[in-house]
Design a protein around this ligand. Structure first.
Ligand SMILES: NC(=O)c1ccc[n+]([C@@H]2O[C@H](COP(=O)([O-])OP(=O)(O)OC[C@H]3O[C@@H](n4cnc5c(N)ncnc54)[C@H](O)[C@@H]3O)[C@@H](O)[C@H]2O)c1
Length: 315
């Protein structure tokens, strides 16, 4: 029987991935953890700082954990505020997880990577194997993390798997300080049909994905037979790419009174400019049959419908 520990479970991804893992494996099989308490406790929960080795080991032994989903990280824009702390959490957190996986012989580890591993020398669309010179400490830590994962797989046989997510668009939990957050924020303004100021310029093209696709990709990768996987670094993962202007024009079809202006945040603009516009995810499609379901149009419809329901429920 699987026992799954999720680290960083209260964030934008963790909230939805935890629920999906509970549905798949059962309530009792999933142990959620984070440095902060969840807003609603609807799963087994432990306070855990991933930098605390002893606490991590205690939880792994207490629940007889067989798999870890290590989601805790400081994201791209927030990470630039304190690069040393970001490196410490993103890198040493992962090393603690890989070490416990090795010593306790865990069956599998999941490590999310990001399009932030790409840099100004990466061609666009970005191939699976290509030049990468990430410009943020977040991107540097994710790229180094990918390489540590491959190293632990080759040297110690730790079955660690990884995806390079694009910007994730979701309505359940707000994003935690990334460069693509505008693509979530704009939907909240669309529901109010007021004015939205975008922090990226109108033609900044970035890869994006609706959260249900990201969650399904994660579960499918983790279920794939090990012998089918050609890499234990992050797999490129693609759904659609868009600019703020294109997303605005799509949303406006449903929320005609939404106005958009631009208040450029230089930090996030420079990060976005260093990333690839889109990615090539042939390896994911070939190795474990990845197929995205949501494009920009269906993501927009789903986001507006679900956010409206959410707001009506809280009235
Ligand atoms: N959201 C995206 O668009 C996106 C895109 C690419 C990759 N990712 C990756 O997916 C993962 C999850 O991202 P997210 O969007 O849910 O981030 P988030 O910021 O919303 O959530 C991260 C969670 O980690 C927790 N955390 C922070 N430091 C911790 C520590 N020391 N110990 C334990 N928990 C700690 C936070 O409290 C938070 O709940 C991250 O690794 C991120 O790099 C996310």
């Amino acid at each position: 029987m699987e026992k799954i520990l999720i680290i960083g479970a209260n964030g934008q991804l963790g909230t939805e991935l935890s629920a999906a893992l509970q549905t798949k494996y059962g309530q009792d099989a999933v142990i959620t953890s984070d440095i902060r308490k969840p807003q609603e406790e609807n799963a087994i929960f432990e306070i855990l700082n991933v930098l605390d080795n002893d606490a991590l080991a205690t939880i792994v032994k207490k629940y007889k954990i067989t798999q870890i989903y290590h989601l805790a990280a400081i994201l791209s824009a927030k990470g630039e505020e304190n690069p040393i702390q970001t490196w410490n959490i993103n890198m040493n957190g992962l090393l603690n997880v890989l070490e416990i996986a090795r010593h306790e012989k865990l069956k599998k580890v999941y490590y999310p990577s990001s399009i932030a591993v790409f840099g100004t020398t990466t061609p666009s669309p970005a191939p699976q194997y290509t030049s990468m010179n990430p410009s943020t400490i977040y991107g540097i830590s994710k790229r180094a993390g990918e390489q540590w994962c491959e190293y632990y797989f080759n040297k110690y046989g730790v079955d660690v798997r990884s995806l390079r997510y694009p910007g994730l668009i979701s309505y359940k939990t707000l994003p935690g300080g990334g460069t693509t957050d505008y693509a979530v924020d704009i939907f909240y303004k669309a529901i109010e049909e007021t004015h939205f100021d975008c922090f990226l310029s109108e033609n900044t093209r970035l890869p994006m994905m609706y959260m249900p696709d990201a969650v399904r990709a994660t579960l499918e990768l983790m279920d794939a037979p090990k012998e089918n996987l050609s890499t234990h670094e992050g797999y490129n993962l693609n759904a659609f790419d868009c600019t703020p202007k294109e997303l605005y024009n799509e949303i406006k079809k449903h929320a005609p009174n939404l106005e958009m202006g631009y208040k450029i945040d230089e930090l996030r603009q420079s990060i976005a400019d260093s990333w690839s516009d889109s990615v090539i995810d042939e390896a994911a499609r070939k190795d474990w049959n990845w197929q995205h379901e949501y494009d920009m149009e269906s993501t927009t419809k789903e986001m507006l419908t679900n956010l409206k329901k959410k707001f009506e429920a809280t009235k």
